[in-house]
Design a protein around this ligand. Structure first.
Ligand code: SIN
Length: 252
């Protein structure tokens, strides 16, 4: 089974057409998974998922994750509601991998546009396989044995800096600006310059894709090999997104 997928940038991401996310037989779902492992981020237009459809789609990938700190929509703790609370309170305007402060961080995130601002509110994703490939052999050898500390929402975990993807077997850079704060065995001050360098490199514009949201859009991404960043450039305009996140494994 093949599905129609058009690349959306030179580095990662694909726009999938001709697929109804509420009506995916096993063959089509397999093709979606294959495209996700290959392209890391998939965009679907005109889906208008109900909450139950969104949950059912997430469960095709595995058990659903419940956010450790942010309440879900009423009656559905696995559906995270991300509303505009004003720029000062935005927690997603930073390059991050979802909830990497957990020992077993989520694998797949599926975000659905519920209400979009009249302009702005785009999301960016960055390819962390390609970020790793961009490092010199010397720096890669230094990073290979290192683990990094991630904290947030009152949680803390250590993960390898180079993470092997369980589906593709490829290695990706796995540090981010939202949660990673030090390398194991080093102070925060010692760690900061290299962490800043790695997150900066990992978010180089030519490693990114950008999505401008419209009602009905659904975007799914693989937190094990991308970082993402939600741009808050819409003042107090309403923006509401619902996110369903799939439980992941301890990074190796
Ligand atoms: C997220 O960081 O998971 C949400 C991204 C967005 O609101 O665009």
């Amino acid at each position: 089974m093949t599905i129609d997928v058009t690349p959306v940038s030179g580095s990662l991401g694909g726009l999938v057409s001709g697929v109804d996310l509420c009506d995916l037989d096993d063959a089509r779902f397999g093709a979606v998974e294959e495209a996700l492992w290959r392209l890391q981020v998939l965009v679907f237009r005109d889906q208008y998922l109900a909450i139950d459809d969104h949950l059912a789609l997430g469960r095709r990938f595995g058990p659903l994750h419940t956010h450790p700190a942010v309440a879900g929509v009423e009656g559905h703790p696995e559906v995270l509601r991300l509303r505009n609370l004003g720029k000062e309170k935005t927690i997603t305007q930073v390059w991050h991998s979802d909830v990497s402060c957990e020992r077993e961080p989520p694998s797949i995130s599926i975000l659905r546009a519920v209400e979009v601002p009249p302009a702005g509110g785009d999301t960016l994703w960055a390819n962390q396989y390609a970020a790793l490939e961009r490092l010199s052999p010397g720096l890669r050898a230094i990073l290979a044995p290192l683990r990094a500390l991630h904290r947030g929402f009152g949680l803390e975990a250590t993960h390898p800096v180079l993470r092997t993807h369980p589906e593709t077997g490829r290695q990706a850079l796995y540090v981010n600006g939202g949660f990673t704060y030090a390398f194991e065995g080093m102070t925060e001050r010692e760690s900061r310059p290299l962490l800043d360098y790695l997150v900066g490199l990992g978010s180089s514009l030519d490693l990114t894709m950008r999505h401008t949201w419209a009602p009905g859009d659904v975007v799914m991404w693989d937190n094990r090999c991308v970082m993402h960043y939600a741009i808050h450039d819409y003042d107090d305009a309403p923006r509401e997104m619902h996110r369903v996140t799939v439980c992941g494994e301890a990074p190796v």
